[in-house]
Design a protein around this ligand. Structure first.
Ligand SMILES: Cc1cc2nc3c(=O)[nH]c(=O)nc-3n(C[C@H](O)[C@H](O)[C@H](O)COP(=O)(O)OP(=O)(O)OC[C@H]3O[C@@H](n4cnc5c(N)ncnc54)[C@H](O)[C@@H]3O)c2cc1C
Length: 342
């Protein structure tokens, strides 16, 4: 376990009320440097002529192994980390520069193809040698994101039931609806909410979803559709190339308001989120071809347009499967009832 993280969970409190309090303790502990590579003489001579089975998947898997991980990280260190905070939520940049706007290191970290100490040491070297305060702040944001990964390992270490049980105890059961037809529409990326559908189709096409739409698709499933987070987490576990039991279950629980979020009921509004992060619909039209050629403002506002207008603009694209306001209010009510406030 201690090889997977920068700070041994045993050296921290078993439970933290917020990420910022976790971060304060975690940050104060010195991070270990990477272990030196062993000399080849010290390694056993192993020959194995067993044939590896080809993975049967219909997506382009990232190249495997340490060298590929190292080269991806070098690319990000050279042209990415210094502007990371400015680009990490920019959906158009994520389409134009998949590695650069963010690191895309997660499949390698999840599979242990690059060590977290090495990632930390190189980011810290960049931080210490940065030529401007702006670059330093950007690099520090990248290191800060790694602290979320650390907190999720810490959570799983102290709560092995995290992938299956609600972390937070609430007085009443959450009234999940678990409608199978809506769950399937979500899986196919046919909810009629452009940002959600683009995210789910990116998952299907690449085995990856950028973090911003990842948050939105998870929120839409658990709040607008009221499908139990465990169903979404299991679907992600099947599809993600970066699937990581700690990060997946902790993030799903955070989004579903059953986890460590300090906001009691957080609901992402996919219309406002698209207006903020993909207002030119670059990301959405990359993955939802039915909407190509429609003015970006109309795509952003899609669930608010009249059915007739939607039919005229993009007859092939799905109708919204839930009403934006009613689904939002229903989610608010269901979670407040679970919290015993109604
Ligand atoms: C519902 C949901 C499920 C998720 N499931 C996974 C999962 O199975 N595996 C996984 O690695 N990440 C998961 N994440 C977190 C996050 O979306 C990915 O780590 C990130 O998108 C990976 O892209 P990147 O490597 O370019 O990240 P960058 O933005 O470049 O960040 C660098 C690294 O920091 C860590 N990191 C960044 N954001 C988070 C976060 N929110 N939580 C934990 N660590 C983070 C990751 O190790 C990431 O590789 C999930 C998020 C959500 C909302």
């Amino acid at each position: 376990m201690t090889d997977l993280v920068l700070v041994d969970p045993e050296g921290l409190e078993p439970r933290y009320p917020s990420h910022s309090q976790f971060y304060t303790d975690w940050q104060a502990i010195e991070k270990p440097t990477p272990a030196a590579a062993p000399s080849s003489d010290a390694l056993a001579a192993v020959t194995d002529d067993a044939e590896l089975q080809e993975a049967v998947v219909d997506i382009n898997l990232p190249e495997a192994g340490y060298r590929a991980a190292r080269s991806r990280y070098d690319e990000f260190l050279a042209d990415g980390i210094g502007t990371y905070n400015d680009t990490r939520d920019d959906m158009a940049a994520a389409v134009d520069r998949p590695v650069g706007a963010v690191s895309r290191l997660s499949p390698y970290l999840a599979a242990g193809m690059i060590g977290i100490r090495e990632v930390w040491a190189d980011a810290t070297h960049q931080y210490e040698t940065a030529s401007s305060d702006a670059a330093r702040q950007n690099i520090d944001k990248f290191r800060y994101e790694l602290s979320w990964r650390e907190q999720h390992y810490h959570l799983l270490y102290n709560n092995p039931e995290l992938p299956t049980e609600n972390y937070k105890t609430v007085p009443n059961p959450i009234a999940w609806r678990n409608d199978p037809t809506e769950f399937e529409a979500w899986q196919r990326g046919e909810t009629g909410y452009p940002l959600v559908d683009a995210g789910m189709r990116q998952l299907d096409r690449e085995g990856n979803i950028h973090n911003r739409p990842r948050q939105n698709v998870a929120s839409f499933l658990t709040k607008h559709l009221l499908v139990d987070w465990r169903k979404g987490a299991a679907y992600f576990a099947d599809k993600l190339v970066d699937h990581d039991p700690a990060n997946n279950s902790a993030n799903w629980q955070w989004i579903a308001s059953t986890g460590t979020d300090t906001v009691d009921v957080r609901i992402f509004d996919p219309v406002a989120q698209m207006a903020k992060y993909d207002d030119n619909a670059v990301y959405v039209t990359e993955y939802v071809p039915e909407l190509r050629g429609v003015e970006p403002e109309k795509i952003v506002d899609w669930p608010n347009l009249s059915a007739g207008k939607r039919e005229e603009l993009a007859p092939e694209y799905s109708e919204p499967i839930v009403d934006r306001d009613r689904a939002y209010e229903r989610a608010q009510r269901v979670f407040e009832e679970a919290l015993g406030r109604r």
